[in-house]
Design a binder for this molecule. Structure first.
Ligand code: CA
Length: 217
């Protein structure tokens, strides 16, 4: 991991603490060194107040070339920088002075999320006796093939890749129909109703009021 921190006191303390916790931190003091030195890192801890380039600018440049997890370190009360950092693609932020236990927990969380991003989505989703093959575009319920229209399958697939999670109507409509959603808002409900009828598994497809739908979970 790469620690970008110009303050010697903070930097040395963090390097020591992180090494004790089993990490292998490399510290650089300038933004320019972060931009050239991130290639071997699995995570970047980025201070925003750097002597050469502002940390947010470093982040913006990093995000053009890598989706490496980046945790931003900000001064107390600098909420504007936090918001800008998150918008620019920081995975999380910590307010200085950093508490080691919290830092380690956040590092673990962003690493886990980054690993999940790197894993391709499953090609087959199984919920009880419902089997959805996303590549072959086939659905079986209790081993029986269920004939779906192309749009019905698209709706089901958009839910299946996030099964167990709430998916908003907006997101479903954007994915299935593109951005022409105003015209077909009713259409989503119709397709969901048809899917429910065909799948014959009450409780499989849940309506979340004023939000959207969830498959399974
Ligand atoms: Ca600094």
């Amino acid at each position: 991991m790469l620690l970008v921190e110009d303050d010697d006191g903070v930097g040395k303390a963090l390097v020591e603490a992180l090494a004790t916790a089993g990490h292998r931190p490399t510290r650089v003091e300038r933004g320019a060194d972060a931009l050239t030195g991130h290639h071997h890192a699995d995570l970047v801890l980025l201070d925003l107040g750097l002597p050469d380039i502002h940390g947010l600018e470093v982040l913006r440049k990093l995000r053009k070339v890598t989706d490496l997890p980046v945790l931003v370190l900000t001064a107390h009360g600098d909420e504007r920088s936090v918001v800008r950092g998150l918008r620019l693609g920081a995975d999380d932020y910590l307010v200085k002075p950093v508490r080691l236990a919290e830092l380690l927990a956040r590092m673990e969380a962003v690493s886990r999320r980054a690993a999940a991003r790197a894993t391709p989505p499953p090609s087959v989703v199984e919920i009880d006796d419902v089997r959805i093959d996303l590549n072959a575009r086939l659905v079986h319920v209790a081993s029986e093939l269920i004939p779906l229209t192309s749009k019905e399958f698209d709706v089901l697939a958009a839910l299946a890749v996030r099964h167990g999670a709430a998916v908003s109507r907006q997101q479903l409509m954007d994915e299935v129909w593109g951005d022409a959603y105003l015209a077909i808002s009713r259409s989503l409900d119709v397709h969901v109703a048809q899917l429910r009828g065909k799948l014959r598994r009450p409780g499989l497809l849940t309506t979340i009021r004023n939000f959207g739908y969830r498959l399974g979970g």
